[in-house]
Design a protein around this ligand. Structure first.
Ligand code: GRF
Length: 198
């Protein structure tokens, strides 16, 4: 399978996935074929280049609207025969252009136990609220912000004295372990999204 990772920032989750796949390519039966980035200054671009992975860099503001931007991205994905889209710190809502083409084959990671604390600054939101437990969620992407069927979750306990930095460090460590595992199981067909029972 050919994976495109979409990222807008540091790309530590990109790195974790690329490293995990290159350590056991036969277990994944997959490769990271492309990094799609909507921020030309993002550090993930350096990481992709260092890993020898192709990058597709966009300036979304140069497009008339989000759909026009995504049509361009979609053309590139199709030209590269991409099977799966893995969002990893991609700071945009995905529109029906990409969703229709990759239904059930686009996943996202979010640093909270969804549906708690969607959107920006989820780690700070959890600290500000005063919850004792937060965590990480991997889910299939739909049109909402951090919504969509849940694939996996891990809890992270908030300690007295945690700051945004100390908590973020533990959450990111969990992300870097969980995301590659979920991607592997999903691609292998061993993982089904959970069904809402409400
Ligand atoms: C991660 O915390 C992820 O959960 C969120 O954005 C952050 C991306 O970090 N969606 P990085 O760019 O992978 O280092």
């Amino acid at each position: 399978a050919r994976i495109a990772i979409f990222a807008s920032g540091s790309g530590s989750n990109f790195q974790a996935l690329a490293d995990a796949i290159s350590h056991e390519p036969e277990a994944y039966q997959a490769e990271v074929a492309l990094v799609v980035c909507d921020k030309p200054s993002a550090y993930v671009i350096e990481r992709a280049k260092a890993a020898g992975i192709e990058t597709a860099i966009y300036h979304p503001k140069q497009y008339e609207n989000r759909a026009a931007y995504e049509r361009d991205v979609l053309a590139r994905l199709q030209a590269e025969n991409i099977d799966w889209i893995v969002l990893a710190g991609y700071m945009r809502i995905v529109t029906p252009v990409l969703l229709a083409a990759y239904a059930g084959r686009m996943l996202n990671i979010h640093p909270s136990l969804l549906p708690a604390f969607p959107g920006l600054h989820a780690i700070k939101q959890a600290l500000d609220y005063g919850v004792r437990v937060t965590g990480v969620t991997v889910h299939l992407v739909d049109e909402g912000m951090d919504t969509g069927p849940i694939l996996a979750q891990r809890a992270v306990v908030i300690e007295d004295g945690d700051t945004e930095d100390t908590l973020a460090e533990r959450i990111h460590a969990v992300e870097h372990e969980l995301y590659p595992q979920v991607v592997k199981e999903l691609i292998q067909g061993r993982l089904q999204p959970s069904q809402p029972r409400g």
